[in-house]
Design a protein around this ligand. Structure first.
Ligand code: ASP
Length: 295
């Protein structure tokens, strides 16, 4: 067993909006809490879950309490978590009424032989573990499906957001996670990249850990998280791997995204092809670093 200097990175989404002071403070607190777990020798997976829990809880990001609503007025959330030693992963998609989808994803990984649970079945599973319910305010909209579809087609803006984290623990294991309320003007039942292993998250001790944010449809089509890990496995640095894959996303399909990329030797990069990305990192020295843009 090797002993490494632990490290954690977290994000609160990439897009056209600037990070607010409240979001920056929340990201810094979440990084500090996640790092605290790593510093006491606990696994990267626990640090990723704890960091994402705090971001979900805050209501300041599009995840957990702050999740977007789909066009029928209902919040349906997606989340995934993965660890790099045994390549174990868990995920939930389209889950309603649960405060911490990332914790449900971890339970899917640890308590079942499956990777992904969806919709009402994911909620039933979460309730079995008596996980925090999320009080849903407002009523579902009573729109005909034709009107919902027309609204989706008309929508030009695609505001979005996600929270995510990657971590490296003292034993050299990496982990990655993401949790989201999806994008603006989504059809009911739309699922993004975040719960799809290899698209929104990936973690492998032989290559690295990645947590994505951005418009999920493009990230899914290019399986971005795994592609970045494949570039790391070829010996590219996190910065080069992220840049090359994000360049393909923009040039081939005009996609938008941001990525946290961490290699098992502790090198990392935060890259985005959006105007802003709320993100930061901490390795225990000084204070957690949080910025709204990374070049
Ligand atoms: N990737 C998320 C989704 O498509 C949204 C985001 O990260 O901004 O659901």
């Amino acid at each position: 067993m090797t002993s490494r200097r632990p490290l954690i990175l977290a994000h609160g989404g990439a897009g056209s909006r600037r990070v607010t002071p409240a979001q920056s403070a929340c990201l810094a607190d979440a990084l500090a809490a996640g790092y605290g777990i790593l510093a006491q020798g606990d696994p990267a997976l626990a640090a990723v879950e704890c960091t994402i829990n705090l971001l979900e809880q805050s209501g300041l990001f599009n995840a957990g309490r702050g999740a977007n609503r789909q066009l029928d007025g209902v919040q349906r959330m997606d989340a995934a978590i993965m660890e790099g030693a045994r390549l174990k992963a868990g995920a939930v998609a389209s889950i309603e009424g649960i405060a911490h989808p990332i914790t449900v994803a971890r339970l899917v990984m640890e308590e079942t032989d499956h990777v992904l649970l969806v919709g009402p079945f994911a909620r039933k599973f979460a309730r079995h573990f008596t996980l925090d319910q999320h009080r849903v305010t407002g009523k579902p909209r009573r729109l005909s499906y034709g009107r919902i579809l027309a609204k989706q087609k008309r929508s030009r803006t695609k505001r979005h957001g996600t929270v995510g984290a990657v971590a490296l623990d003292r034993s050299g294991t990496v982990a990655a996670g993401a949790s989201t309320g999806g994008i603006e003007s989504m059809l009911p039942g739309r699922v993004g990249d975040s719960p799809l292993i290899g698209s929104g998250v990936y973690a492998d001790n032989h290559s690295g850990a990645v947590s994505m944010t951005g418009i999920g449809e493009g990230i899914i089509r290019l399986v971005i998280a795994k592609s970045i890990c494949d570039h790391l496995a070829m010996g590219k640095s996190p910065a080069v791997a992220a840049r090359q894959v994000l360049r393909i996303l923009t040039s081939r399909i005009h996609g938008t995204a941001g990525a946290l990329v961490l290699s098992p030797d502790g090198r990392f990069a935060i890259r985005h092809v959006t105007p802003h990305m709320a993100a930061g990192w901490w390795n225990g020295t000084g204070q957690p670093i949080v910025q709204g843009e990374f070049s």
